[in-house]
Design a protein around this ligand. Structure first.
Ligand SMILES: Cc1cc2nc3c(=O)[nH]c(=O)nc-3n(C[C@H](O)[C@H](O)[C@H](O)COP(=O)(O)OP(=O)(O)OC[C@H]3O[C@@H](n4cnc5c(N)ncnc54)[C@H](O)[C@@H]3O)c2cc1C
Length: 418
């Protein structure tokens, strides 16, 4: 790699946000370089999310990368709530215009995005860490990589997750972090076990929350609410299966068990950074906002950020007004907060607060009311379904770069929240 190169957009990170942006830019004929800290193998092996909102599915289809997702993924329409002796099924797809989710693991989305980018002639520089962002963010910033190379770019896309180099480059006092931390953790695991139902199950018993989430025909993801101080070592497999049986169990229903293939302790933390644009540096995905896995929003938000940045950069190419670039923050923030609200509400609906929590009994009653409304109020259920399914895709097809014509027209911004 030459020591100094220039490009239009330097993309830091080859996760869902970075790779989606790279594909969209490539389709417009905008030069970009993608730099990724990890090896190709590690990027392709990272199993995390698995529930694709409708807009994510539509975007993959529209850029021609949806074929494997439709062949190997599964349509998902509803989820079951189990608490105390009660259980009910929320057919959220039917409640909201028959719009389903697709279950397709994040590592497969990443594999398809990478294959698409490479098929178009793109190349990701794996095993290259961005060490710092230098130069004026308002002018021509550059990134310095671990191999000593320097990339100077018109725009930087910081898609390098919550601990990446782009956040570290934000000038002091130029942003606000809005953060909160729940008082428990999730033990999250993947088990080599067929799903025990064809749908998501959210369960709550005195011991806490348990989730059963689909991934593939042979692999199931489970989540368990655990006390804040617990570590993975506190949870040997025997204990995990005992707790899953207790929290998810129902007479006549069998939990499929199998070897645990990955186990992680997750802090249930949320953060939104505003603004998401700093001169020519944009933050995308987990670099800009983290959200608990409750509700399956993180990967979808990351991909929606990439779609919006593509639109904003295309608009800016025809209208170089700096205000156009502010559209990125203005258009993304309301959607991000809506997802945070949903994830937060879902957590509060299904978790157990320890008896010594001052208002535990009150919270429990509010939970029960929310569940009751979800089961019995059509308006409440439709609102739940709308949030769960996610908004429509805001990504107009670009004109083909070789045939000329207008670039994508800007999408009118929704009213900013707050
Ligand atoms: C256990 C778990 C379950 C989840 N479940 C769901 C779910 O069901 N649904 C959902 O939508 N979301 C879920 N999420 C969240 C989702 O996985 C993330 O929100 C998503 O990965 C964010 O994508 P991203 O591209 O922003 O960041 P990442 O996927 O984190 O990608 C960032 C990339 O940047 C690279 N990088 C970092 N620093 C540097 C550097 N200095 N130089 C170069 N490269 C760098 C990293 O190696 C990484 O490849 C889950 C997350 C976890 C952990």
């Amino acid at each position: 790699m030459p020591r100094e190169t220039t490009t239009s957009v330097a993309v830091i990170g080859a996760g869902p946000a970075g790779l989606m942006l790279a594909n969209l830019l490539q389709r417009r004929g905008t030069p970009c370089q993608v730099v990724e800290r990890l090896s190709r193998e590690r990027v392709l092996a990272r199993a995390r999310a698995g529930m694709l909102e409708h807009r994510t599915v539509e975007l993959l289809d529209r850029i021609g990368l949806g074929e494997r997702m439709h062949a190997e993924g599964a349509v998902h329409n509803g989820c079951e709530f189990r608490y105390g002796e009660t259980s009910f099924f929320a057919d959220y797809s039917a409640m909201y215009d028959d719009t389903p989710h697709v279950i397709y693991p994040q590592q497969e989305v990443v594999a398809d995005l990478l294959a698409g980018f490479e098929a178009g002639g793109g190349r990701v520089r794996f095993e290259t860490t961005v060490m710092s962002v230098e130069g004026h963010l308002d002018g021509t910033p550059r990134i310095v990589c671990s191999d000593g190379s320097v990339i100077t770019a018109e725009f930087l896309a910081g898609a390098d997750g919550q601990y990446g180099a782009s956040r570290a480059a934000l000038p002091d006092g130029s942003y606000s972090d809005h953060e909160m931390q729940h008082e428990f953790r999730w033990l999250t695991l993947l088990a080599q076990a067929a799903p025990s139902a064809d749908w998501t199950i959210y369960a709550q018993q005195d011991g806490g929350f348990a989730g059963h989430l689909l991934r593939t025909d042979e692999v199931t993801r489970f989540h368990l609410q655990v006390p804040f101080g617990d570590t993975v070592e506190d949870w040997p497999d025997e204990r995990i299966w005992h707790e899953l049986r207790t929290r998810l169990g129902r007479p006549g229903w069998t939990l499929n068990e199998g070897p645990v293939i990955s186990k992680n302790m997750l802090e249930m933390r949320s953060r939104v950074t505003e603004p998401m644009r700093f001169g020519r540096l944009f933050l995308l995905g987990d670099a800009a906002h983290i959200i608990t896995p409750s509700g399956g929003k993180g990967m979808n938000l990351a991909i929606a950020d990439a779609a919006e940045l593509d639109v904003v950069l295309a608009h800016h190419a025809t209208d170089p007004d700096e205000g156009v670039l502010d559209g990125f923050t203005l258009n993304r923030v309301p959607d991000i907060w809506k997802a945070q609200e949903f994830s937060h509400a879902l957590i509060h609906m299904m978790h157990t607060y320890p008896g010594d929590t001052p208002d535990a009994a009150f919270r429990q009653k509010v939970q029960r009311s929310r569940l009751w409304q979800l089961q019995h109020s059509r308006a409440y259920a439709r609102n739940f379904a709308e949030s769960y399914i996610g908004p429509s895709l805001r990504w107009p097809e670009p004109a083909h770069p070789l045939t000329g014509g207008d670039r994508a027209a800007p999408v009118p911004a929704p009213e900013p929240v707050g």
